[in-house]
Design a protein around this ligand. Structure first.
Ligand SMILES: Cc1cc2nc3c(=O)[nH]c(=O)nc-3n(C[C@H](O)[C@H](O)[C@H](O)COP(=O)(O)O)c2cc1C
Length: 195
């Protein structure tokens, strides 16, 4: 059985951190393509792949994002080389004939808006989690944030589309001096049951 070694586990989990400060080092375009190549392989229900990602990099796009940021997230986001708007397509089911061709999966969702919304949110959030881990695997650092005005981001970036924002993820090479202290995690007995 092949498993990851301790170095890889540290990079992905045990020593990886949520970053608040960034070096000036750019994130190459090729790295973003590799990142998406990894993210898209993570599992989603019926292969529905509802996540959509906007890589906010230019000064103009950052300026569009700025008014939507909570005050505590403003400085770190404006200084990050890239901020990902992790979003989802509420009409994700339009791609199911291509993504899940052996069944009429589109009909499951067009017949139930509530199921469509729940499915989009669940799977897009999973995919954004895959993105955090994929970024770490490629040597980047990530800083996820939900402290922003979703309606404002949707109006600025997604007006007239079926896309909606979920959360933001700063990407780049983190500045370890800006990390907050590591917080405790739950023990197995507090978070898990074996049934
Ligand atoms: C979905 C999500 C939203 C978050 N929102 C914010 C935020 O708005 N501002 C912030 O400073 N940190 C935010 N965080 C960072 C968390 O506080 C951080 O991941 C957690 O404390 C664990 O830190 P560590 O990964 O360094 O151990 C968020 C994390 C996640 C996953």
């Amino acid at each position: 059985m092949k498993t990851l070694d301790d170095h890889a586990l540290a990079l992905l989990f045990t020593e990886a951190r949520s970053h608040n400060g960034w070096s000036d080092r750019k994130v190459e375009r090729d790295t973003l393509l590799r990142l998406h190549d990894l993210v898209r392989m993570g599992p989603t229900s019926a292969n529905c792949s509802p996540a959509r990602f906007v890589f906010v990099e230019s000064a103009d796009a950052k300026a569009k994002l700025e008014p939507a940021l909570s005050s505590g997230n403003r400085q770190k986001t404006m200084s990050a080389p890239i901020t990902v708007i992790a979003a989802y397509d509420t009409a994700f089911y339009e791609k199911l004939p291509e993504l899940f061709p052996h069944a009429d999966a589109k009909a499951w969702f067009t017949s139930s808006p509530a199921l469509a919304e729940e499915t989009a949110m669940r799977n897009a959030t999973l995919q954004a989690g895959y993105l955090i881990l994929a970024a770490r695997a490629l040597g980047l650092d990530a800083g996820p944030m939900s402290g922003f005005d979703k309606a404002a981001v949707d109006a600025s970036f997604f007006a007239g589309t079926t896309w909606k924002s979920n959360f933001l993820i700063n990407l780049g090479h983190g500045d370890p001096s800006k990390l907050f202290g590591r917080l405790p995690r739950l023990e197995f007995e507090d978070a898990c049951l074996i049934a």
